[in-house]
Design a protein around this ligand. Structure first.
Ligand code: ADP
Ligand code: ZN
Length: 518
């Protein structure tokens, strides 16, 4: 018999298990009902695929995502694992073919949509009576719960399957489930004294940022400039928003394509493939995009609108940084979005469900508005207690010892404006410090800002310039040589007479560089 480790090495090409994978596989091989909570990208699939290979017989994988079954099965076939799928998108003859394959006993994994269990042309349960089943794996198991954020009534049929297959182990896997949903999963699936595996949900390499939606497109462009070499996903609320955003980004010269359910299948497949192969950098999408997409170097995920709930937000942002490298999650928040979502969710057809979803929406709003460490809030939401602030979210990064830098900031910014935004930082400093150089004497001695900053060192002004740039008040421009210009944020700040509070400590800049300035 082949061992789990050998399957991992020979089929997947990995040398060692990650986190709790090995223990989960052992639990399943002992025929224990097992529940796995692991964040997106944690490596849930091998937890049931490896037992499928080790065991005699067929593993049934129940998945809600018909659109992804083909990809998943293709990937398995690609590494030499006999897998197939059955769903309503197939023709009768295709389904008959798979049915024959099941009977032949060659298949190791069969992916099915839950509605195919007891219905369809060939009710699966009939076929299964003659085929030994070694395991039933339920992917996206939170779909069985009304308390979850993605309830699918068809999932309730799995409970019936449990009764028909009393001695087969069931494994339920999900990336998102709050406390209420967890209890419900075990209950609704009829799991027997299940063994729980709850991995930490922390994704320490993701920097969470939530910013007000004012001037969101300008802010987005700044953010994308920082990420100009990187791949990322920008989520928009509607198909129309997706189209508009993709157009605007293309017009700005960026490598972006749209993805939403309104595009035909071929176009969707083409755009997705280009993104995966790094032929296009930015995928502008509705939340239909990303489920099950295995792209490890997604460096950023942007939400142009607030998601409906924390589970959704966490799942979507979780698509960034699967390779463990520093990545950004940026969300544009506005109260108007909260109201739009409220109207969308609050429907009279299903008042109980609306109530649950409205409560979830309220928590999402709370998350956006709260002034505490973003990561602590998120982990707390998933019942994981975190005692320390993370140091890698917008709230943590903007703490530290802020100083009032209003006066010198105003001086530097007005010097830049008086110099018609046509010079670099070095020259602006010469003017501010009243340089005697010939060029300054000739051209700019008469400016009101000439010499007003001579009581401070050149180093001080340089550092201030860098901080102002880092905080998004100054942007580099110019074609011949780099010049500085004020951003909209800077103009707004000057107009509103707000203070410039900056953390000027050594190291603050470095710390921020690692995440995103814009
Ligand atoms: P999930 O379903 O939890 O989102 P996946 O099962 O898609 O995650 O796994 C995420 C990525 O991690 C995949 O590329 C997978 O091949 C890889 N992976 C899984 N287990 C290991 C392992 N033990 N070592 C290295 N990579 C792994
Ligand atoms: Zn934090």
């Amino acid at each position: 018999m082949i061992t789990p480790k050998e399957v991992l090495k020979n089929f997947y090409g990995y040398d060692s298990f990650r986190g709790q994978q090995e223990a989960i596989i052992q639990s399943i091989l002992k025929k224990q009902d097992t529940i796995v909570l692991m964040p997106t990208g944690g490596g849930k699939s091998v937890c049931y695929q490896i037992p499928a290979m080790v065991n005699e017989g067929l593993t049934l994988v129940i998945s809600p995502l018909i659109a992804l079954m083909k990809d998943q099965v293709d990937a398995l076939n690609g590494i030499g694992i006999a897998a197939a799928y059955l769903n309503s998108s197939q023709s009768t003859s295709e389904q008959r073919f798979v049915s024959e394959e099941i009977k032949s006993g060659k298949l190791k994994l069969l992916y099915v949509a839950p509605e195919r269990l007891f219905g369809g042309v060939f009710p699966l349960t009939e076929t299964l009576k003659t085929t030994p089943i070694s395991l039933v794996a339920i992917d996206e198991a939170h779909c069985v719960s009304q308390w979850g954020h993605d309830f699918r009534p068809d999932y309730l049929m799995i409970g019936r399957l449990r009764q028909e297959l009393p001695s087969v182990p069931f494994a339920a896997l999900t990336a998102t489930a709050d406390k209420q949903t967890r209890a419900d999963i075990a209950d609704k699936l009829g799991l027997k004294n299940p063994k729980w595996f709850i991995s930490s949900f922390d994704r320490p390499n993701i920097t969470y940022r939530i910013v007000p939606k004012r001037n969101s497109f300008d802010k987005l462009l700044g953010f994308l400039e920082y990420h100009h070499k990187n791949s990322g996903i920008i989520y928009c609320l509607s198909r129309k928003n997706v189209e508009d955003m993709a157009d605007r980004l293309q017009a700005a010269g960026l490598s972006a394509l749209p993805y939403h359910a309104g595009l035909d299948r071929q176009t969707r497949a083409k755009h997705q493939e280009k993104f995966i192969k790094d032929e296009v950098k930015i995928m502008v999408a509705t939340i239909a995009f990303g489920m099950g997409i295995d792209k490890s170097n997604v460096r950023f995920v942007v939400h142009m609108n607030m998601p409906q709930n924390v589970e959704g937000y966490y799942q979507e942002t979780g698509r960034a940084g699967r390779d463990g490298l520093p990545s950004d999650a940026l969300l544009f928040y506005s109260y108007a979005d909260v109201m739009t979502l409220q109207r969308m969710i609050d429907t009279p057809e299903n008042p109980d469900y609306s109530e649950v979803m409205l409560a979830k929406l309220d928590k999402m709003k709370h998350f956006c508005q709260s002034t505490t460490c973003r990561r602590r809030y998120l982990l707390g939401y998933f019942d994981e207690e975190e005692k320390k602030d993370c140091g890698n979210c917008d709230r943590c990064l903007s703490k530290g010892n802020k100083q009032d830098m209003t006066m010198p900031s105003q001086m530097l910014l007005s010097a830049i404006v008086r110099l018609k935004e046509s010079y670099g930082l070095g020259y602006c400093i010469l003017v501010l410090r009243g340089s005697k150089s010939a060029k300054v004497q000739e051209d700019h001695k008469a400016l009101s800002v000439y010499g007003v900053g001579k009581d401070k060192s050149e180093d001080f002004w340089k550092k201030l310039g860098q901080h102002l740039q880092q905080e998004g008040y100054l942007a580099e421009a110019g074609t011949q040589f780099p010049t500085l210009k004020l951003t909209t944020t800077a103009w707004e700040k000057l107009k509103s007479r707000e203070k410039f509070l900056l953390n000027m400590e050594e190291g603050a800049l470095e710390h921020q560089k690692r995440s995103t300035p814009y």
